[in-house]
Design a protein around this ligand. Structure first.
Ligand SMILES: Cc1cc2nc3c(=O)[nH]c(=O)nc-3n(C[C@H](O)[C@H](O)[C@H](O)COP(=O)(O)OP(=O)(O)OC[C@H]3O[C@@H](n4cnc5c(N)ncnc54)[C@H](O)[C@@H]3O)c2cc1C
Length: 140
């Protein structure tokens, strides 16, 4: 991102690209809001789809203007209820961002501290995955 250098958004939100006065295409952020200098989208390229074909034809360095972030499909982590997300096809994009959002450097540091401490003295040959469940939810 050039201007602004960072995009402050919440997992689940989307950006939109105007193609004309009344023609807009919206795409959800796939990436976690922890990374604010770049955003990642996941787009199902539709045959003959104006917006998605335009997106696929972009080359590195092409300037892109977009609006956003927008949208209220966000997750309140203070809510004590267990969440179940249901999505189909490309609707999984904001859900993935929500699942990935809580991973902070501190979360990884906790695992590293455990491995470096005496408390892990009898722990051998294990892999600790700190990804909020993303690897299991999206095994590919
Ligand atoms: C909040 C929000 C978030 C979204 N997030 C994502 C996302 O993360 N990823 C994603 O992939 N999409 C997402 N979408 C959908 C996205 O905005 C576009 O609708 C999608 O990319 C298709 O747009 P397009 O311009 O490529 O296709 P369109 O031009 O809209 O065409 C879609 C299909 O219809 C066909 N078609 C178009 N016009 C006609 C016609 N007159 N007669 C017959 N067939 C026709 C086209 O050939 C094409 O196959 C989101 C939408 C919203 C509202």
């Amino acid at each position: 991102m050039v201007e602004p250098a960072e995009l402050d958004f919440e997992a689940g939100q989307w950006i939109s690209v105007p193609f004309g006065p009344k023609i807009v295409r919206a795409w959800s952020m796939l990436s976690s809001p922890i990374r604010r200098r770049t955003i990642t989208l996941a787009v199902d390229v539709a045959p003959g789809g104006m917006g998605s074909q335009w997106l696929r034809a972009l080359k590195p360095g092409d300037p892109v203007e977009f609006k956003g972030p927008t949208g209220g499909f966000t997750f309140n982590r203070a809510d004590p209820r267990r969440a179940v997300f249901v999505a189909e096809e490309i609707g999984i994009v904001p859900v993935r961002s929500i699942l990935a959002a809580p991973i902070l450097p501190e979360d990884v540091a906790e695992a590293v501290l455990f491995l470096a401490s005496d408390r892990s003295a009898k722990t051998t040959g294990c892999t600790i995955t700190v990804d909020g469940g993303v690897k299991d939810a999206f095994p590919r």
